[in-house]
Write a protein of this length. Structure first.
Length: 552
């Protein structure tokens, strides 16, 4: 039996995928929300009162996702960045990088990092000389215990963003990087090794959404998510890299209060500041060496937590500035542009409004495209009849995407459409579920379901995946496999995001320097008045007719 001359417990707190949500406010619906760093701040203050020497780490995807982040990244660049101010106020010890932190390029990212008090750790982002661009890891002594914090990010971000976003930097294999640095951290005397890695999960428990405790089920019972391995290495890190105590997970936007894989404790604090992950590590002193005795993790929800008053006072001026920006009127809608799931089941006015703008923007760039595609990203984005504000334009296009023009073939298009059609489960037309959400295949994100403009096509979801495109026409004629087509789409999809790798085979003809949502705002300003009837189009046929069944 082990005997220890002394024991102590170290507390580690983790945020991840905050995506610019500082205040408990939804900028797109203009409503209070149970999320945000202001609520997280209260939990941190409570934990610090009990554990003054705790370690606080952010796990990336921090400076993209809200109009606040966009405003201070690209419009108001002279004042202090409120997200840096927030992190400095809360006393973060280390910050790692997520894929979306590169969305605005290295200049924006570097400006934010320069304002941070906390060091950035990211071992697999390297210079042309093969040297890590930031600290690969941090060694921090807390209450006499040496804690090592290694930072890693998903290399799959290279598939979603243009090379210029990284400057001269490149991303290398995070698993090999961990194999290099974890032993080095131990050699440097780390008593606890933490890997703050912004990658997701290739497997998940079957009922984890309704039962967070399912993450404690044996991993042999988990199901494949369909996510690519090179994007998501959380499980591989735990299974293949020895000597890791704790893995901070992110990227997947899931609530993981505690998972244990190969004796490694893992948690993920959901997203948008909806929870704070808390880890506790108990150590014993034996032969003048601290040894880990026990590890635990849980997620602290912000639901019904009051935001920190001092934090709110500090950030309120920045928040108000963004509200004023979003409240600008830019036009008028004569009727509602319906959003959400009702807009996904047919060639909706909202989808083709965005597609029309993309085609118009392509025209202004000198390309008369044959087709365009877009997604209905959220269930809340819509344009209501009456005055349109800048907020409405942002609400229907919540991502900081830019427009790409691709040259594709009919064969690439058909593969993309079959991939697209896998969004739906195979159905029996005589036994459709009562709830339309039950038609969506497992682990299929709404932002990976595209609606096309410029072609006429039929998707038969009574057929197996891969055999669902039964009609594909351009200007009334069948599209041949070798037919050359010009396509307008966003950079995420154009670079193969959402596992649409067939688009990586295409030729990139042009890249817009403007955000698509800014193109939307400019279009509304020019038109002054818009009407959904001008954009409705029945070019998409789904068999069975889901729109009529659920919404007709």
């Amino acid at each position: 039996m082990n005997s220890f001359s002394e024991t102590k417990t170290i507390t580690i707190l983790q945020t991840s995928d905050l995506h610019g949500y500082l205040m408990p406010w939804d900028y797109y619906t203009h409503q209070p929300a149970e999320l945000g760093v202001a609520k997280i701040a209260t939990l941190i203050e409570q934990e610090r009162a009990e554990h003054p020497d705790l370690i606080l780490i952010d796990n990336g995807d921090t400076i993209q996702g809200t109009p606040l982040a966009y405003y201070y990244n690209t419009i108001e660049t002279q004042s202090p960045h409120p997200i840096a101010l927030a992190f400095n106020t809360l006393g973060f010890d280390a910050v790692s990088l997520g894929n979306h932190d590169f969305d605005f390029g290295m200049e924006v990212l570097s400006r934010w990092i320069h304002q941070l008090d906390a060091p950035v750790v990211c071992a697999n982002l390297i210079t042309p000389d093969g040297i890590p661009a930031f600290k690969p890891y941090l060694l921090k002594t807390v209450d006499g215990v040496k804690v090592g914090i290694l930072g890693l990010t998903t290399p799959a971000v290279k598939n979603w963003l243009p090379p210029e976003n990284f400057g001269e930097l490149s991303l290398i294999d995070p698993l090999k990087t961990a194999h290099k640095y974890v032993p080095e951290m131990r050699q440097q005397g780390a008593d606890i090794v933490i890997v703050a890695q912004h990658t997701g999960w290739t497997k998940t428990p079957q009922d984890y959404r309704s039962n967070p405790e399912a993450w404690l089920n044996p991993i042999e019972t988990w199901k494949n998510t369909g996510a690519t391995v090179n994007e998501n290495i959380t499980i591989e890190l735990a299974e293949k890299v020895p000597d890791i105590d704790i893995i901070l997970a992110g990227h997947s936007h899931v609530n993981v209060p505690k998972a244990v894989i190969n004796d490694v404790v893992i948690a993920e604090p959901y997203y948008w500041g909806k929870a704070l992950s808390k880890y506790t590590v108990k150590l014993g002193l034996q032969n003048k060496k601290w040894r880990v005795i026990d590890k635990d993790a849980t997620n602290l929800s912000v639901k019904d937590i009051q935001p920190s008053p001092s934090f709110v006072r500090l950030l309120q001026p920045y928040h108000q500035q963004v509200l004023n920006y979003l409240n600008q009127p830019i036009g008028e809608a004569k009727s509602d542009f319906v959003g959400g799931i009702a807009a996904r089941f047919h060639g909706s006015a909202l989808a083709h409004f965005i597609n029309t703008i993309q085609r118009s923007a392509a025209e202004s760039m000198g390309y008369s495209v044959d087709l365009s595609l877009t997604s209905i990203f959220t269930d809340t984005g819509r344009i209501n009849a009456g005055e349109i504000t800048l907020r409405d334009a942002y609400s229907i296009y919540v991502y900081d995407n830019r427009l790409f023009i691709l040259e594709i073939t009919g064969e690439i298009l058909r593969r993309a459409l079959e991939k697209n059609a896998a969004y739906f489960k195979q159905v029996n037309p005589d036994a459709l579920p009562e709830n339309p959400e039950e038609l969506i295949a497992e682990n299929k994100a709404d932002y990976n379901w595209d609606i096309y403009h410029g072609i006429d096509y039929t998707i038969d979801i009574t057929k197996p995946v891969g055999q669902r495109i039964t009609r594909l026409l351009l200007r009334g004629k069948p599209i041949s496999p070798d037919q050359v087509l010009l396509l307008a789409l966003n950079n995420y999809r154009g670079l193969g995001g959402g596992d649409y790798r067939m688009f990586q085979e295409a030729k990139v003809l042009e890249k817009s320097t403007f955000e698509i949502r800014d193109l939307i705002a400019e279009y509304i300003i020019r038109q002054e008045t818009i009407h959904p009837q001008d954009f409705e189009m029945d070019n998409l046929e789904i068999i069975p007719n889901l729109y009529n069944y659920y919404f007709g």
